[in-house]
Design a protein around this ligand. Structure first.
Ligand code: GUN
Length: 304
């Protein structure tokens, strides 16, 4: 049976470290790091996600508030709200919960957040820096996966990694970091050979690439996409998918992209859903917020 990579326990550990580091920072005379989460409309899932972020932030000593707006807000109004927070010296991190209503340009909104406060890492400058292996703010889900590979000692150098899903906020940044060059930048340097699969990768090719992978990372939201016959014995399988399904008994539960029961008999290591990448993502957002707070006060503080 595969080793279970317990993201919940690791996230708790990281949050404990952060709580201590933030307390030390405050004891040096700094105010608490702060984050503002802009939430537009009343999508229940978005409200749940934002509430979780706020609770997690407060739990480590970050000052966190939701900035709630009606779904009728215009693009112009939303951008001027972001600018107000950009100019507020009591705010270190700004996050606009996605999705935002149709008719508002998501790219314009992401680029309206000042890059130094962009704790989601979605601003074009931060994305560009990531693609150049430069220190930046890394999107939290991608950072969660990388941190899990590091802390669970999963070797990446020279290994075959397949990323299934090419979203700009998840699959793409993970693929970028996995093939980062240690010779160019020893800070990250993961040096894997990376294949990116997506909706137009033929099924038999997806199987072929996965069967040759030492590490499979799936972020598609397609339950059961990764089956046991696609996994090389001993491979590491990281499941970022999270989909609510209703089972035959009418009970709803969360499932990932990976057929966990079967794949866990073949893989060397596997993340559960829930309790894998999800809790780690929240912990990494907190880490990004503290990093932004330190950087805003001291431009020599290290970025990721
Ligand atoms: N919606 C789903 N995931 C995310 C995320 O990581 N950040 C933001 N801002 N919105 C999201």
């Amino acid at each position: 049976m595969a080793r279970i990579l317990n993201g919940k326990a690791l996230a708790n550990e990281i949050q404990n470290e952060l709580r201590q580091n933030i307390a030390n920072w405050i004891s040096l005379g700094h105010r608490a790091p702060s984050i503002r989460c802009i939430l537009v409309g009343n999508d229940p899932a978005s409200h749940t996600y934002v509430n979780n972020k706020i609770l997690a932030a407060r739990n480590v000593g970050i000052d966190a508030e939701v900035v709630l707006h009606d779904s009728t807000i215009s693009e112009e109004q939303l951008i001027s709200e972001i600018q107000r927070l950009n100019n507020d010296s009591n705010v270190d991190g700004i996050l606009v919960q996605l999705p935002i209503p149709d008719g508002i340009d998501e790219r314009k909104v992401c680029n309206a957040v000042t890059p130094e406060k962009d704790v989601d890492g979605f601003h074009v400058i931060n994305v560009g820096r990531l693609c150049l292996d430069m220190p930046t703010i890394v999107p939290a889900t991608a950072l969660a996966v990388i941190e899990m590979l590091k802390r669970f000692n999963i070797e990446t150098l020279g290994r075959n990694a397949v990323v299934v899903g090419r979203s700009k906020n998840v699959g793409m940044p993970i693929a970028m970091m996995l093939h980062s060059d240690k010779n160019h930048d020893s800070r990250l340097g993961m040096d894997a050979t990376v294949t990116i699969c997506h909706r137009y990768t033929p099924k038999e090719k997806l199987e072929f690439y996965c069967q040759n992978a030492d590490i499979i990372i799936s972020a598609t939201g397609v339950p059961g996409l990764i089956k046991a016959n696609m996994v090389k014995p001993g491979a590491t399988v990281i499941d970022i998918g999270i989909t609510k399904i209703t089972d035959a008994n009418g009970k709803s539960r969360l499932v990932g992209d990976v057929d966990y029961d079967e794949v866990s008999k073949i893989a060397g290591a596997i993340t559960p859903v829930p309790g894998g990448v999800g809790p780690m993502t929240v912990a990494m957002l907190m880490q990004n917020t503290f990093q932004a707070a330190r950087y805003l006060r001291d431009k020599t503080a290290n970025l990721q």
